[in-house]
Design a protein around this ligand. Structure first.
Ligand code: ATP
Length: 242
């Protein structure tokens, strides 16, 4: 209903066999928000994303999407419901063209009308003009930044209600990182709710409405993006300043 968050995570415990990676994390994402889960290497960011996508089972806790309990719903059904994770840049299909990669994005959530397909494709090319220029080039020969753009563009072809992004800045040059984050903000401004997991605190916190700090499998702090950017402990741990 109205005022209800799009995503609610309650006391989520996830592990690998006997190794517990997430020790009961709780968080939410409201409609229209851009929220970051900030964490260092091994904090549990990827584990969180995989659990939200339905690729890893919860050992305890619940996940609600649009007010419905989806804890035991399988990954493909979550995609149909609009919970879409962009693959990492390296996750694009290297032998397929940019166009073919984008078309794979709507495969799991087909369009009912050709006009809607064309409209969405135009929107993706508007956000990423580079992809239009490289439409016929195979994914494997794109630069790292272009592959990341393609990964996000492919996810957008599935018309996400919630877009999950796993470290979109990974391995990219500072200029390209800025560009990617600018486009993520734009996607959010245009109405798509985004949950981002990142290590790049500066860019992610600057752009986020709110953020959660994840440390060794637990949420240790939460607040507004700008607020956390100026938090002394966050600065020391994630921005390399005392
Ligand atoms: P990074 O940024 O380095 O990828 P992360 O924040 O994404 O880190 P995760 O990959 O979620 O962290 O890992 C969280 C914890 O779970 C780590 O202690 C990791 O060693 C452990 N872990 C991850 N994958 C597995 C696995 N397949 N089997 C056992 N333990 C795992």
């Amino acid at each position: 209903g109205a005022g209800e968050p799009l995503l609610v995570v309650e006391d989520m415990i996830v592990g690998y066999g006997r190794i517990e990676a997430l020790h009961g994390i709780s968080m939410h994402v409201a409609h229209g928000e851009l929220v970051t889960l900030l964490g260092a290497n091994g904090a549990g960011k990827t584990t969180t994303m995989r659990a939200l996508s339905g690729l890893l089972p919860l050992q305890q806790g619940r996940v609600l999407f649009e007010g419905t309990d989806i804890t035991r719903i399988k990954a493909p059904e979550r995609v149909i419901q609009g919970l879409i994770q962009a693959p990492e840049g390296r996750g694009v299909f290297p032998g397929m063209t940019v166009q073919e990669n984008l078309d794979m994005g709507c495969h799991a959530r087909p369009f009912k009308k050709k006009a809607e397909y064309t409209q969405t494709l135009d929107w993706v090319f508007e956000l990423f003009p580079r992809l239009l220029e490289r439409r016929k080039q195979v994914g494997g020969t794109l630069s790292g930044g272009e592959q990341q753009m393609l990964a996000i563009g492919r996810a957008l072809m599935a018309r996400p209600k919630l877009l999950l992004l796993d470290e979109p800045s990974m391995g990219l040059a500072p200029m390209v990182i800025q560009q990617i984050f600018r486009i993520i903000s734009e996607i959010n401004d245009q109405g798509t709710t985004v949950l981002l997991v990142e290590q790049n605190a500066q860019q992610a916190l600057t752009r986020s409405h709110r953020a959660y700090i994840l440390e060794t499998g637990s949420v240790t702090k939460t607040g507004g993006g700008r607020e956390l950017l100026h938090d002394p402990a966050v600065k020391a741990a994630y921005l390399g300043v005392a």
